[in-house]
Write a protein that binds this ligand. Structure first.
Ligand code: 13P
Length: 256
């Protein structure tokens, strides 16, 4: 069975003191947790402080975004190596807010994925359709384009370590979640794309998370679905109790 991965994306939230306090609460709340792989993605400016708080705990740390170049005149950006040196083990890539609010292209996503792999970060590649695209019946087409573009030129051996997060844009921060069946169908479709690109064995080993209004009340149901290998949690990861409750739901699932 694939190890479930429960990740918290803090987005642009938490001042330094708040971030430290949340990390300390997670450290206390999740001490000794076994089963799911756990990580949080704080804003880059507090990443090293959060990583320090969480050292030696079951909670890993990741960046929310990286630039694909290793360094240079890119004001405001951080490289994969910088994120790693600040304590990140993971990085999100192509989150829908990066794509839709900041105009990040499929080509950038691909370059960032390669840069993360080169730096030894575990990439979490986010894909998902907008409400309009879903209503137009274009979900598969969009997801296929995003997955294929993201992995262009990536070898099977490297792809095996990449996590894909399916986050339908209309479910993010809206309180709406895709039905378990609809989600499962898209996850199966993504896995078939990965199998086409990298072979069945690699595709079966890769984790595909769901994201979009995941919370304690729906975590167990989502995680019970075949092919949903974890959750990428936004709003509900900003509160230690609700994030810990989601991790507990995953730990329960992992034991079944
Ligand atoms: P919400 O859980 O707030 O809907 O956000 C999901 C998300 O975008 C995680 O990356």
């Amino acid at each position: 069975m694939r190890k479930l991965a429960v990740f918290g994306n803090w987005k642009m939230n938490k001042l330094l003191g708040e971030a430290r306090a949340l990390a300390q609460s997670l450290k206390a709340g999740l001490a000794g947790t076994t089963g799911p792989e756990i990580a949080v993605f704080p804003p880059s400016v507090v990443l090293s402080a959060v990583a320090r708080e969480l050292r030696g705990t079951p909670v890993g740390v990741g960046a929310q975004n990286i630039h694909y170049e290793p360094g240079g005149a890119f004001t405001g950006e951080i490289s994969a190596e910088m994120a790693r040196s600040a304590g990140a083990q993971y990085t999100l890539i192509g989150h829908s807010e990066r794509r839709h609010v900041f105009g990040e292209t499929d080509q950038w996503v691909n370059l960032k994925l390669k840069s993360a792999l080169e730096a030894g970060l575990v990439p979490v590649v986010c894909v998902g359709e907008t409400l309009q695209q879903r209503e137009d019946g274009a979900t598969r087409e969009v997801v296929q384009r995003q997955v294929q573009a993201a992995f262009e030129g990536v070898e099977s051996a490297q792809a095996a370590g990449v996590i894909v997060a399916y986050e339908p844009v209309w479910a993010i921060g809206t309180g709406k979640t895709a039905t378990a069946q609809a989600t499962q169908e898209v996850h199966a479709f993504i896995r078939s794309l990965l199998a086409g690109a990298f072979g069945e064995e690699t595709a079966q080993a890769m984790r595909i998370q769901y994201g979009g209004s995941a919370k304690p009340a729906n975590a167990a149901e989502l995680l019970a679905q075949e092919g949903i290998d974890g959750l990428l949690v936004g709003g509900a990861s900003l509160d230690a109790d609700s994030f810990c409750a989601i991790v507990t739901a995953a730990a329960g699932q992992a034991q079944q």
